[in-house]
Design a binder for this molecule. Structure first.
Ligand code: PHE
Length: 346
């Protein structure tokens, strides 16, 4: 019996390395351990042995059986592992860095926004944000922009349907919701929420019904600045803007304030700068923002005493600044999501 069992084990161990699928293993296993299997036949023959020899024979058979079962289990494990490997692909090593070379980067507009926000953070401004959907009150009325002002025109603004309800935002019955046309809305929301001293920088997306061309986009970004305290003067505004322009466009840059008009600042200015470090653009005065001293009418609408407090505000288009810094001559490139364009700023 021992030799019979030995030869079964030998055959099994010879055959097993050639089995490659689970089905093959099961089929083969049946020829050994199944009802008609060779090992089963040896077990059955035990009945013919004299009684006293049976325990020893049973022991031998059990040993042999566990030996072949081990062989089958090993081969099944090997097959499992190789199936897993084919599913995972060649040489997976989870500790290696990703083989994908195309890691994302910040969009060029976001890069410039971050740079400007960082710069103002370092001189004491905190970031404030507000919603892109607004009511006419925050976008216009509280900013002293009268009902007949052209900025409120249907041609200029995206008004939302009257029946719309906007979560957490109430409006008067005769008011409209619209997409904010500038970030100056954040001035109002901030001054209603907190008392002076206030020193905020507010980056955000704005919308106007402009026909897209090289310098206009219906969707664009602004950064608003607001500083309100006792004794804030035009000199503070000029000094802050000088610092900003020199940090962004080169230490030899110069600024100039040109008289202008905004309903929410008095006096109002356009700020131009030139910088000898700007290469092609270095001889030109470039206009980059509107600014001025907060109009007392605005203070009244947010319940700040204009006899005690003064303030300055400014607002600039991020795209305009990005285009100057990055040498981009068409604003539409920023919105086409063309990887060849975006990669240049990675
Ligand atoms: N909100 C103005 C615009 O969009 C810019 C501005 C902001 C002007 C703050 C003065 C003060 O054109």
């Amino acid at each position: 019996m021992q030799t019979e069992l030995d030869s079964i084990i030998e055959v099994v161990y010879e055959k097993v390395p050639y089995l490659t699928t689970r089905a093959e293993v099961e089929l083969y296993k049946a020829t050994i351990l199944g009802p008609k299997g060779t090992m089963t036949a040896v077990m059955k023959s035990m009945g013919q042995l004299p009684k006293e020899e049976r325990p020893a024979a049973g022991k031998l058979i059990n040993q042999a059986k566990s030996s072949v079962i081990t062989a089958f289990n090993d081969v099944l494990q090997r097959i499992d592992a190789s199936e897993m490997a084919t599913r995972l692909g060649p040489s997976i090593d989870p500790s290696l860095p990703s083989p994908d070379p195309d890691r994302g980067t910040l969009h060029p507009i976001s890069q410039v926004r971050e740079e400007i926000v960082q710069l103002f953070s370092r001189i004491g401004f905190t970031v404030a944000e507000a919603t892109e959907v607004e009511t006419e009150y925050y976008c216009f009325d509280a900013l002293n922009i009268p009902a007949d002002h052209p900025a409120r025109d249907m041609q200029d603004s995206y008004y939302l349907p009257d029946q719309l309800t906007v979560a957490n935002m109430s409006k008067h019955a005769d008011e409209k919701y619209l997409l904010r046309t500038h970030t100056s809305t954040v001035q109002i929301r901030t001054m209603l929420e907190s008392k002076p001293p206030i020193r905020i920088i507010a980056p955000g997306r704005c919308f106007r019904r402009d026909t897209p061309d090289a310098t206009h986009s219906a969707n664009f970004h602004q950064i608003e600045g607001l500083y309100v305290d006792e004794n804030v003067s035009l000199l503070d505004l000029k000094a802050t803007l000088d610092h900003f322009v020199r940090s962004i466009f080169g230490s030899k840059a110069k600024t100039r304030l040109r008289p202008s008009f905004f309903p929410f600042t008095e006096p109002s200015f356009e700020m131009d700068f030139y910088s000898p470090d700007l290469g092609k653009l270095s001889n030109k005065w470039l206009e980059i923002m509107g600014c001025g001293m907060v109009d007392p009418e605005v203070f009244k609408s947010v319940d700040i005493n204009p006899d005690r407090f003064t303030g300055y505000a400014f607002g600039m288009g991020i795209e305009r600044i990005s285009m100057i810094l990055q040498g981009v001559d068409d604003i539409r490139y920023y919105y086409q999501n063309d990887i060849r364009f975006l990669k240049q700023f990675a």
